[in-house]
Design a protein around this ligand. Structure first.
Ligand code: AMP
Ligand code: MG
Length: 349
């Protein structure tokens, strides 16, 4: 199958109409959202959703999020909207927030993995919104990457993973946030974050008065309530180790580890802040450095994280050492992705 890439950065009604036609015909289209690129199928068509699992190589027990363009569509797929969900919808939708709600009968089992709940999101990206509106159906869309790999934040990254496996990619330029949506379970008495994202725990607590983190995110040895969160995820080819602690101590620990790797005759990649890389560039000149932005500029770090991880694949390093960030605000989502990408290989210094 040949994959067509259409540029929609300046708007392109004809390409969006063609993409909507492909979705209605039961095939797949990759499209931009404000979080990461999504791989979309008609969310009311179980066979079409099945194609998402095939194209991504995704485990079949990992449910899909339904993307809607308006409240009417949202109400079609949810049986009930609890008061806490109403509040979250009013405050943060459209935007990078997914709500777990009781499912309606219209939602096929392929979307929910057999659960009696459904994940729903209303993206704010104008291309995503138009595509859903023109298709006239909710669009089921996970991230548009091969399962386990870093999520794509550009059309080029989608093409690298899925070329020849899907008919069409809409190129809307780089994604604004760069990490997946915050997932909030609204089916129990207290709202619970199942996956941290651009809408922070602090913002949700301020709105609702109370919000928990899923036990698996609190570092407890519990099964994650979002089935997808149990898999190794977001991983570049080379093994990755994350270092957390005071900046000076982290710099020292990364330096020592980098020297050890190079002494063993291997190549090392270092991912971190501009400030860290400035310190290290003279002392480990042979290391491959990727800056994710300035220390503390969490919005930039989130938006560049996956592109940096993917860049290391092209640079063929044997090992990657990454500087962690504090877990406040957006930092919780960044650290969640880094920990997953490392398969839990985190060094506290
Ligand atoms: P992705 O599609 O890559 O953004 O991943 C979607 C995430 O949402 C996965 O971690 C899923 O396990 C999670 N998810 C989707 N639907 C549900 C649901 N009904 N209950 C809990 N988690 C869900
Ligand atoms: Mg994903």
């Amino acid at each position: 199958m040949q994959t067509i890439v259409e540029d929609v950065r300046e708007g392109n009604g004809a390409a969006i109409a063609q993409a909507a036609e492909i979705i209605r015909a039961g095939e797949l289209v990759a499209f931009p959202t404000e979080t990461v690129y999504g791989l979309g199928a008609n969310g009311l068509d179980g066979d079409a959703c099945g194609r998402i699992y095939e194209a991504k190589g995704r485990p079949s027990d990992n449910p899909l999020i339904l993307h809607v363009s308006d409240w009417h569509m949202l109400k079609q797929v949810a049986k009930d909207i609890p008061p806490m969900a109403e509040k979250l919808m009013t405050a943060f939708m459209p935007g990078p927030l997914t709500l777990i709600l009781p499912r309606s009968e219209a939602v096929p089992d392929k979307v929910t993995g057999g659960l009696d709940t459904v994940g729903v999101r209303m993206p704010e990206n104008p291309v995503a919104r138009s595509l859903i509106r023109v298709a006239g159906v909710p669009i089921a869309a996970p991230s548009a990457n091969r399962s386990g790999r870093p999520s794509p934040t550009t059309a080029a990254a989608v093409l690298r993973d899925l070329s020849g496996r899907i008919p069409m990619i809409l190129n809307g330029g780089p994604c604004r946030y760069g990490v997946e949506s915050t997932i909030v379970d609204c089916t129990e008495d207290v709202a619970t974050i199942l996956r941290p994202g651009a809408i922070s725990l602090e913002e949700i607590r301020e709105l609702l008065g109370d919000c928990r983190l899923d036990a698996a995110l609190r570092g407890e040895d519990a099964k994650p309530k979002a089935p997808g969160m149990k898999y190794r995820h977001y991983a570049p080819n080379a093994p990755l180790t994350v270092f957390v602690g005071e900046p000076e101590a982290v710099a020292q620990a990364i330096l020592e580890e980098a020297k050890k790797i190079e002494t063993a005759g291997k190549t090392v990649g270092i991912l971190g802040s501009r400030e860290l890389l400035r310190k290290l560039s003279d002392v480990v000149p042979s290391a491959t450095l990727q800056s994710y932005g300035s220390q503390g500029d969490l919005a930039t770090i989130a938006s560049r994280l996956y592109a940096c991880l993917l860049a290391f694949d092209g640079l063929a390093v044997d090992a990657i050492l990454a500087e962690g960030v504090g877990e406040q605000g957006l930092g919780l989502a960044i650290m969640n992705r880094l920990k997953k990408a490392s398969g839990g290989h985190v060094v506290c210094v």
